[in-house]
Every structure is written in structure tokens, then in C-alpha cells.
Ligand binder design. Structure first.
Ligand code: KG4
Ligand code: ZN
Length: 357
């Protein structure tokens, strides 16, 4: 029997400094031995968004401690590792470089294999840590920088079915939150406020709902939220706007996912109907419920990573390192950081298709 691999993963593509140790199980899933995430929300709060230089400085200050903590909590030592994986893109170059160089330095000094990981592939494979999932599957990736439907055919093998043509979904949540006076990042708070409001109170637009295949657009919705937010008469109406916004998002996702499922099944090789959602916005319970309902109607098995694996983390990076190593996708220590790095390089470039900012 082949040795089960254990990898260290490092993630610094945006505002989370993260390190994790993940071990392969015999059934093909993974065991997370440690998963340390240090968020910089406080550092960026007063600016209402991530400031690259501040983020990079915070990564430099924390990375050594976070990696040491991940190793310590795993009850292993560096010599026990079979390889090191670090996020190389897409993201902020000044941030990526911190984690990437740390990963390279550890791999180089220990003479262990090094894997440069695409952050999006990390999200795409994250549901496989806790679930036995066979390829291919349909993936909806919804995060602060990305909104895409992908046919996941295998490790390093993706076909993009649709993407946002303007804002990412997490961005739409964060901008709506900002208009309502909620601090960054506002996605989770919008979900909370939506529970207290009437979702049918405001009617908001659903751009390109019936055209553009499973491409999505949120810019027009954002403008409508801006206009509406200026006319709010009382506090209660803020909750109504949050609820109406979330309801509109759910209607858009329902329709676009329906089209993506149809598109996925057009490929005759795709006999298994598995639908997976990943990325920070997949933490939203009303979105989960909405798409679980659709999946049931369309005979898809729906799979969601646990909340701590939806938002940015290094366990998904370690896991992707293991998956890539198993098919010999090993990188050298010259691998550069990449601001833009689409998973499906044949798909046309659109804003949300591989660029985090
Ligand atoms: O995947 P992620 O942690 O970072 C990126 O790679 O972008 O996603 C962060 C995004 C933020 O925009 C945040 O507001 C959003 O995910 N988010 C949510 C929720 N939790 C996080 N949006 C809506 N509802 C939530 N519960
Ligand atoms: Zn992410």
C-alpha cells in the first residue's frame, strides 16, 4: 500500500495569514491535523477594505509564528512532512510573495517537494477533504474575488461554464453592507440582518437573468441598492433592504445554477450529478438552503465544505498540494507569484475570471 501523504499548506493571497497540516486518509479523504487562520480584519476595518501594503506587512510579521503553530498543533515536526504547498496566485503579489517565499524556504532547506498552488484550485478541491467525491463535478465558486461555475474534471483540469462579468458575489455583499453602514467585511452581517427584515419589501433588479447562459452580473443590482439605500426612512428599512438583497441574490443563483446544471449535463461524460459550492459566500445558510433545494429538484447531490473550509484557509492549500503531488505536478523553487491565474486558461478573460482584485 502506498504511503499516505502529509503536507504543510501556506496561504497569504489576501488578508488571511494561514498555515495548516493535512494528512491523507486511506479512503481518499483528508484529515486536518491543524488549521491556523489569522485574520487581519481589524487592521483593514477603518479603511473599509483590504489595503495591500498593510496586508503584506501583517503577513511578514505573523507568518513564522503561524507556521510554527500549525506544525506544533499537528504534533508532528517538519521532518515528518512529505511536501510543502503554498498559494502562488491569484492575489496581491506583495501578499502572495510572503507565503510563497516561506514555503520555498522550508521546502528548500528540508529538501522536500514544493507545490505552488492556485488559490482557486484550493477552493475547488476543498470539499474533497471531508467527502468522498469522484470527478467530474459541477462547482459554484463564490468568494470575495470570484464567482464562477466550473466543470471540475480532475486535478488541474477545469472547464469554465460561466463567470461574473463585473463584480464578484462577495464584493456585492460587502458593498451592500457598506451602504448600510456595516463594517468590512459585511457579508455575514447582511445574512444576520436579512433574518430581521421583510425580503419582499423592495424589488431589486436581476441583471442578465435570462441571457448570457450561466454568466452572472451584479453591477446593476449594486447601483439599485445604492439608490434605494439613499431613500431609507428608518432603521427597520435597513433590515428590509438586506433581506431583499439576499432574496434577489438567491433568485439569481437559483436560475444561473439551473442553467449551469443543464450545461454540465450536456457533456455526456458527466454521468454523476454532483454539485459542490465553495468560497467564503458559501458560508451563507440561506444560499445553502436555496441551492440544496434546487439540487434536489434537479437530482444533483449537493456538497458543501464546512464553514471553516469555505472561507480562506491553508488546509485547502495543503490538500491541493497532496492532490497535485500524487499526479507528479511538482514545482521548482523559481515558481513566481501570479496576480492573475485563471483555472481554465482557454476561457476568455472577464473581470471575475482569475483576478482577485
Ligand atoms: O473565500 P473568501 O474567504 O475570500 C476570498 O477568496 O475572497 O471570501 C470572502 C467573502 C467576503 O466578501 C465575505 O463578505 C463573504 O465571503 N462572506 C459572506 C458570508 N460569509 C463570508 N457573504 C455572505 N454571507 C455570509 N455568511
Ligand atoms: Zn478565497
Amino acid at each position: 500500500m502506498k504511503k499516505k501523504l502529509t503536507f504543510l499548506g501556506i496561504e497569504t493571497s489576501c488578508d488571511e495569514t494561514a498555515a495548516a497540516v493535512v494528512k491523507e486518509n486511506t479512503d481518499g479523504t483528508g484529515e486536518i491535523l491543524s488549521n491556523i487562520v489569522s485574520s487581519q480584519i481589524e487592521e483593514h476595518r477603518e479603511f473599509g477594505g483590504v489595503v495591500p501594503e498593510i496586508a503584506a506587512r501583517a503577513h511578514v510579521e505573523k507568518i513564522e509564528f503561524i507556521v510554527q503553530k500549525a506544525i506544533k498543533e499537528s504534533n508532528l515536526n517538519l521532518e515528518n512532512l512529505d511536501g510543502i504547498a503554498a498559494t502562488a496566485g491569484p492575489g496581491l503579489i506583495v501578499c502572495l510573495t510572503v507565503g510563497l517565499n516561506t514555503g520555498k524556504a522550508i521546502a528548500g532547506s528540508l529538501n522536500k517537494p514544493f507545490i505552488a498552488v492556485n488559490h482557486l484550485e484550493g477552493h475547488a478541491l476543498s470539499p474533497k477533504i471531508n467527502n468522498k467525491i469522484e470527478f467530474p463535478y459541477l462547482l459554484l465558486l463564490i468568494s470575495g474575488g470570484h464567482t464562477q461555475f466550473l466543470e471540475v474534471n480532475g486535478v488541474n483540469n477545469y472547464r469554465r461554464l460561466g463567470t461574473t462579468i463585473d463584480d464578484a458575489l462577495g464584493e456585492a455583499f460587502d458593498k451592500t453592507a457598506k451602504l448600510l453602514g456595516i463594517e468590512f467585511p459585511g457579508g455575514p452581517k447582511i445574512e444576520e440582518w436579512a433574518k430581521k427584515g421583510d425580503k419582499n419589501y423592495f424589488t431589486l433588479p436581476k441583471p442578465i437573468l435570462k441571457k448570457g447562459g450561466c454568466n452572472l452580473s451584479f453591477a446593476g443590482l449594486k447601483t439599485a441598492v445604492l439608490r434605494t439605500s439613499k431613500k431609507l426612512k428608518n432603521e427597520k428599512e435597513k433590515y428590509h433592504l438586506a433581506a431583499s438583497f439576499q432574496k434577489t441574490i438567491n433568485e439569481i443563483l437559483y436560475e444561473k445554477t439551473r442553467v449551469a446544471m443543464k450545461e454540465f449535463l450536456k457533456n455526456k461524460k458527466n454521468r454523476q450529478n454532483t454539485f459542490v459550492i465553495a468560497g467564503g459566500v458559501a458560508s451563507n445558510l440561506s444560499i445553502r438552503e436555496n441551492l440544496t433545494k434546487l439540487a434536489k429538484e434537479k437530482n444533483f447531490t449537493s456538497i458543501f465544505p464546512p464553514i471553516n473550509l469555505c472561507s480562506d484557509n491553508a488546509a485547502m492549500i495543503a490538500w491541493t498540494g497532496i492532490e497535485r503531488y500524487k499526479i507528479n505536478l511538482i514545482d521548482n523553487l523559481e515558481f513566481p507569484s501570479k496576480a492573475r491565474w485563471p483555472l481554465d486558461s482557454s476561457a476568455p478573460f472577464l473581470k471575475g475570471s482569475g483576478l482577485k482584485f
